[in-house]
Design a protein around this ligand. Structure first.
Ligand code: NAD
Length: 394
């Protein structure tokens, strides 16, 4: 089949298997070009492993530390003339590349929020690896069915206390518009915390402990975000921020449990990056394009794989105590949050409008990053070639 991108709002409904393999290989090549992380974990479970920060974590651990990896994700395989999702093709490419290198790689496609998935993964760990010494929790989902009550929770991206109005970018129309989001209801806050907070992370760690699938001195990490003033109302002080507060509290709870076995739990605050989940957050894409312009001009722009390599090589496994902020979090958003970067982004934010957005912001860079997520826009991939879309996970 010949596959072209079909973009609908903040999602692309097609994905290119060769382009996805190409971007996974780019991540692998990047990691291989860097010094090896010899202290890194050797048996790793990544929950949310098919795209974004989770995929990058799996690539860094496998190709930077030679780790055996298990990955959990929920992606759709190809069906008739419908391509699989990008995360499916990424995972096929990852599994093939890891196995070619002689690395153990096992993927599970299904609902990570379910008890069944947790038990299946714990049993497979016991059988194949005995235990894991690192668990990365990198899920981003709009909904969760609670495994015990069956209740379905849907997350919303809204401010918590008051309606909020600010600038936003509409990429399809090429316009900077003003958008108002209503304040979330108490139930919407509760639902968002149930989906994106720490309860499921804790359930995973409990299930792994119960099955004896966690190594002595095992660590676990989840990812959070803080961000600047202009996104605070909708992000950190919004519904998603309430979920991140819960995730960070859960890290402290898990840390106490794991410290008893010589390990620990932590949250890493990562940089704002274009991923399938983050493009859906109102106001954030306009911030992305301004931030990208400023960070590029200073030569400090990073993508997912560069962020996660730095997290593992310079923070988690640097052979020295892990540097933490006053809340006990690891920070790799340090370059994004540099005062000079934020000052410039804020000044641009005040000036930006439909007429000048292409000059003030890196709209083209954002569009390229967005297409790359789905395997499109790579100059060395032949998008006129007829390609097989039905690729099985090994
Ligand atoms: P993403 O959309 O790229 O990846 C989400 C992953 O979760 C995918 O592997 C997907 O298959 C998996 N998933 C979703 N629902 C699932 C389910 N029910 N069962 C199994 N797997 C499921 O997201 P991302 O942006 O990489 O986000 C990962 C984490 O990083 C999130 O906690 C996010 O808040 C955090 N973070 C993101 C940013 C950013 O700017 N992108 C910044 C800082 C922190």
């Amino acid at each position: 089949m010949i596959i072209q991108p079909k973009v609908r709002g903040f999602i692309c409904t097609t994905a290119h298997p060769v382009g996805c393999a190409r971007q996974v290989q780019e991540q692998i090549d990047f990691v291989k070009s860097k010094p090896r992380i010899s202290q890194g974990a050797k048996k790793v479970l990544v929950i949310g492993a098919s795209t974004g920060y989770g995929l990058a974590s799996r690539v860094v651990e496998a190709f930077g530390s030679g780790a055996a990896t298990m990955g959990v994700f929920w992606e759709r395989p190809a069906e008739d003339k419908r391509t699989a999702t990008a995360g499916w093709y990424n995972s096929v490419a990852f599994d093939q590349a890891a196995r070619k290198e002689g690395l153990y790689s096992q993927s599970f496609n299904g609902d990570a929020f379910s008890d069944e998935m947790k038990i299946a993964v714990a049993k497979k760990i016991k059988k194949d690896l005995v235990d894991v010494d690192l668990v990365i929790y990198s899920l981003a989902s709009p909904r969760r069915q609670h495994p015990r009550t069956g209740q379905i929770y849907k997350s919303v991206l809204r401010p918590k206390d008051y309606p909020y109005t600010n600038k936003s970018i509409d990429f399809e129309a090429g316009k900077v518009t003003e958008v108002t989001l209503p304040a979330a209801t108490a139930q919407e806050i509760e639902h968002t915390v149930a989906v994106m907070g720490g309860e499921d992370w804790e359930m995973w760690m409990d299930a792994l402990m119960e099955h004896g699938a966690l190594a002595h001195k095992a660590y676990t990490a989840a990812y959070s975000y803080i961000g600047p003033e202009v996104t605070t109302a909708v992000y950190r002080n919004g519904t998603i921020g309430a979920a991140k507060d819960h995730l960070e509290k859960t890290a402290k709870k898990l840390n106490e449990k794991l410290q008893q076995k010589g390990g620990g739990a932590l949250v890493s605050v990562n940089k704002a990056l274009v991923t399938q989940s983050s493009s859906a957050i109102p106001f954030i894409p306009l911030y992305f394009v301004l931030l990208k312009k400023v960070m590029k001009s200073k030569g400090i722009e990073e993508n997912c794989i560069q962020q996660i390599y730095r997290l593992f090589a310079e923070r988690l496994y640097a052979n020295k105590p892990i540097p933490l902020d006053e809340e006990g979090r690891v920070r790799v958003d340090d370059l994004e949050m540099r005062p000079d970067v934020q000052r410039e982004v804020q000044a641009l934010w005040e000036k930006v409008n439909t007429d000048n957005v292409k000059q003030l912001a890196d709209v083209q860079g954002y569009e390229e990053d967005f297409l790359h997520l789905f395997g499109f826009g790579f100059p060395d991939v032949d998008y006129h070639a007829d390609v097989e879309i039905d690729l099985p996970l090994p």
